[in-house]
Design a protein. Structure first.
Lengths: 240, 352
């Protein structure tokens, strides 16, 4: 993992008086999908939010393309080529689908071929283009959340549980969209509880427990070692 | 063409379209449709309050920022023109200088307040604006040598904008072709242009970012927009437009004073107009300002007529006594907020 687009070095994050992340260190290789796994409350979402600057790191470095972005505001981090798809989807319900998409393209209008790709992947977005996003169904909101991240080229996507609560057909569409992002050369750091999806997409994995990284390696290593899975997460990937 | 003028932001309700068209036509032809000084003065007031309320809605309805300093910016514009006319003589040059100076001062003050307080909680910004606006109102009252104090200042505006100036000897449709008419149309067209500019602004990418920030500042920041920059920008723009409205108001009234431009009562009126019309709709400013100014101006007359008409009945004439107009104005507002919680525009757009 020599060519890392993102490296966390001894990162510690507090939320109010609680110490959530302790000495978190791992790399996200360029052009690969890294799955961030672990039990609920292990600190996965906090890690993504710390990278994006939404929670300030108390200590440590967040190196993006060799630059420490730990103390920078989220807007500046976003403009460096990072996009976050939060667990709660992070869409703007008062705005139309079109406005949501336009906002996501911070550097200018969305290219026509990219929009075509988004409509091919997520047809409901074209159907409800002028509808307030708040009126979309849960699955459609998740499509919009992912589509927003795809609105323009990003170097690194931070995606938090994209399949949560979605029907299998929609999950398949999301997997296809993630693969197309990966095929375009983007790097992805994804939190996912759906092990089938994690296995289908992941190249590498980092496992967290109690705010610490407890294991890193390839996804194949983890997927093929049931004992390791149970030891690390108390779950087996074979369940999916 | 029309869609381009209104930036594609249609009223989205047939009833609202009819009401807005009626208001536009009434204001455009007010001097010919409603002869007399009082109706023309009411029409000019409606125009000026449309600008003032719409500029406040930019901040409150689109940016989600609560400010109590809007009348301060309004007053800065009005006093800017007043002081320049006082010291530079009655000329359009003095009007232009005073207007621009007022707008620059308003922008600078808004920038400083925003930079100091918009980074923190919204309530802090509201409190700061309240404190600064109160301080400015007191200062204006105290500096009587410069501002005329509580008495205010009577302005000598350019002759071309006064009734003494006649640009046509004959009356047309019974209306004198004089400077007062020119002054009214200056107010009307300024309102029309500024309103269309603000409509363009809220329907631009800038407007979308503001709406996104209003909904969730945290998310907007994560997408890549510096929330404090956008909030500061809208505060400054809103303050400059309010100052411009103040300058136009001073020219129309030919008078400035703390009660007409800086008082907290006007601030409350603006808040009520925004709420009655509908926050975050722009068209709400037109409806809110029209309903409010008409009620303020004519409710007393209407009640007098109603009191006379019901004089044979017990109790009712007393209740409708014109002296109780403020009570009924209050009742009207409570009813309007009860029945139109999203404002008149929100209600009409929601009724399919």
């Amino acid at each position: 993992m020599s060519d890392a687009i993102l490296s966390l070095k001894n990162v510690a994050t507090d939320i109010a008086q609680y110490h959530i992340l302790h000495d978190v260190s791992f790399d996200v290789p360029r052009g690969k999908v890294t799955m961030l796994l672990g039990r609920n409350g292990a600190g996965k979402t906090t890690t993504l939010r710390t990278v994006m600057g939404l929670w300030a790191a108390r200590a440590g470095q967040v190196m993006f393309n060799g630059e420490d972005i730990a103390a920078q505001p989220p807007a500046r981090i976003a403009r460096k080529g990072l996009a976050i798809v939060p667990e709660d989807m992070g869409i703007f319900g008062d705005l139309t689908v079109q406005e949501n998409m336009a906002l996501a393209a911070v550097s200018g209008p969305i290219a026509a071929d990219r929009l075509e790709l988004i409509f091919t992947a997520f047809p409901p977005l074209k159907t409800f283009w002028d509808m307030p996003a708040g009126n979309l169904s849960g699955g459609q909101k998740q499509m919009l959340a992912v589509a927003r991240a795809m609105a323009e080229d990003r170097q690194l996507y931070l995606i938090d549980e994209p399949s949560k609560g979605l029907a299998p057909a929609i999950v398949s569409t999301l997997v296809w969209a993630m693969k197309s992002l990966k095929g375009a050369g983007a790097s992805i750091l994804m939190v996912e509880q759906n092990f089938a999806m994690a296995r289908a997409l992941g190249d590498y994995a980092a496992v967290m427990d109690d705010g610490r990284i407890v294991w890193t390696g390839t996804m194949d290593e983890l997927a093929n070692d049931t004992a390791l899975q149970e030891n690390l997460m108390g779950l087996s990937m074979e369940v999916a | 063409m029309l869609m381009k003028l209104i930036s594609g932001d249609t009223p989205r309700s047939p009833i609202l379209s009819v009401i807005l068209a009626a208001i536009l036509l009434s204001l455009a032809f007010a001097p010919f449709l409603f002869p007399g000084t009082r109706p023309l003065d009411t029409a000019a007031h409606i125009c000026i309050f449309i600008i003032l309320v719409a500029s406040y809605d930019l901040m409150l309805g689109y940016g989600g920022i609560v400010s109590f300093a809007h009348t301060m910016f309004f007053g800065i514009g009005a006093y800017g023109v007043a002081l320049s006319l006082e010291h530079m003589g009655r000329s359009f040059g003095a009007v232009a200088f005073g207007t621009v100076a007022g707008m620059i001062l308003a922008a600078a003050l808004a920038f400083v307040i925003a930079m100091f307080s918009l980074r923190v909680r919204a309530i802090f910004f509201a409190m700061i604006t309240l404190a600064v606006a109160s301080a400015v109102a007191v200062l204006v009252s105290q500096f009587s040598t410069l501002t005329g104090g509580e008495d205010g200042m009577t302005l000598k505006i350019p002759r071309e904008l006064t009734p003494a100036f006649k640009f046509h000897d004959e009356k047309i449709l019974g209306v004198r072709m004089n400077g007062k008419l020119l002054n009214y149309y200056m107010v009307f067209f300024s309102t029309l242009i500024l309103f269309l500019v603000m409509l363009r602004m809220v329907n631009s990418p800038f407007g979308s970012v503001l709406k996104a920030i209003r909904e969730n500042a945290f998310r907007a920041e994560a997408v890549g927009y510096r929330v404090v920059v956008y909030r500061t920008a809208v505060t400054v723009i809103s303050a400059m437009i309010a100052a411009l409205a103040g300058a136009i108001y001073a020219l129309w009234l030919r008078y400035v004073g703390p009660a007409t431009t800086l008082s907290f009562d006007i601030m409350l009126d603006i808040l009520l107009m925004v709420v009655i019309g509908g926050m975050g709709t722009m068209y709400g400013a037109v409806i809110g300002a029209t309903v409010f100014v008409l009620a303020q101006t004519y409710l007393q007359d209407l009640m007098g007529t109603a009191s006379d008409a019901t004089s044979a009945l017990p109790l009712i004439p007393d209740l409708l006594n014109p002296d109780r107009w403020l009570l009924w104005l209050g009742v009207l507002f409570i009813l309007s907020i009860y029945f139109f919680p999203t404002g008149v525009v929100g209600r009409l757009r929601g009724a399919k």
